[in-house]
Design a protein around this ligand. Structure first.
Ligand code: R5P
Length: 309
């Protein structure tokens, strides 16, 4: 087995390598003067089980192209199997044709990955689980919830906890957390006005006097989280915190979060760390989870059993 990292999140890849007890593989990833990507593996890959770690977070196009070119080079170097390890799968929100004349970019990305040589995909908290069906290769889909739930259980002393989905699409995820935490469940019905503006419509469920924990797969402008947090407060929640797997918060989003009722954001290192100045943020590592999944895939062992909390 050999594991390699692109440039998207090298600190995470190094932690995964430490867990696996194997150094990251030797590869040169450069740029030609015009910005084109150049990749060269320095070691022999013939017959190897190759894992390429590259979340397609910001800048998504650069990171995706780097991953595609790394896979192409590995395939042409006769690797036996190539697994794209994408702790964050970018473009996942474009997963359906919800307006006339728009693309399904998540499907395009799936096609590109396979065309470039991916034999399997290892990813985490996809925006929607149906994206697995865009692939005709095996997809191992991990959840960050075991890591986040462990933190919530060990570090927080909730008296009346309610898990809140900040939109209807997040219901399945929120239901999973509420089951694991033995907590109540509520949903905020959201409507997006523009890419950066949210209209909150209503709340289903009771949060009065509760410690509300909003859970979501990702946050970017933080519009969804902050609107839902305000809704929780307006409905009498005692406190509000948020647990989000992939936090790629814009500057505008950070300002929003700071001015919101959210008193703590818990997230993971699936994507590089934001500059969280002025915000109470806890970053948990998913490196061991990903490392364990890689070991199990390599050894043909069950990956599902990792999700038992
Ligand atoms: C949407 O359905 C996702 O699960 C997130 O809630 C959303 O994409 C977050 O985006 P933003 O932080 O920009 O509101």
């Amino acid at each position: 087995m050999r594991i390699f990292s692109g440039n998207a999140n090298r600190p995470l890849a190094e932690k995964i390598a430490t867990y696996i007890n194997q150094p990251l593989g030797d590869v040169t990833i450069g740029r030609f003067p015009d910005g084109e990507v150049f990749v060269k593996y320095i070691e022999n890959l013939r017959g190897k089980d190759v894992y390429i770690i590259q979340p397609t977070c910001k800048p998504p196009n650069e990171n995706l192209m780097e991953l595609l070119i790394m896979m192409d080079a590995a395939r042409r170097a006769s690797a036996a199997r190539i697994t794209a390890v994408m702790p964050f799968f970018g473009y996942a929100r474009q997963d359906r044709k919800d307006q006339p004349r728009v693309p399904i970019t998540a499907k395009l990305v799936a096609n590109l990955l396979v065309a470039a040589g991916a034999n399997r995909l290892l990813t985490m908290d996809l925006h929607s689980q149906q994206i697995q069906g865009f692939f005709d290769i095996p997809v191992d889909h991990l959840f960050a919830s075991p890591v986040i739930v462990k933190y919530l259980r060990e570090k927080k002393n909730f008296s009346k906890l309610v898990i809140v989905a900040p939109d209807t699409g997040g219901l399945k995820m929120a239901h999973g957390y509420s089951t694991m935490m033995n907590a109540g469940l509520a949903i905020v019905a959201k409507q997006r006005k523009t890419a950066t503006e949210i209209d909150v419509l209503n709340m289903v469920g009771d949060v009065e006097g509760c410690e509300a924990v909003l859970v979501d797969d990702l946050t970017s402008t933080a519009g969804t989280l902050c609107a839902a947090a305000q809704m929780c407060k307006d409905h009498g929640a005692k406190s509000v915190m948020a647990a989000v797997t992939h936090a790629m918060v814009t500057d505008e989003g950070l300002e929003r979060l700071k001015n919101s009722p959210i008193d703590e954001l818990v997230t993971t290192d699936s994507v590089p760390r934001n500059a969280w100045k002025g915000m109470n943020v806890t970053v948990l590592s998913v490196a061991d989870l990903l490392g364990e999944a890689i070991l199990r895939i390599h050894n043909d062992q069950s990956v599902t059993s990792l999700f038992k909390v």
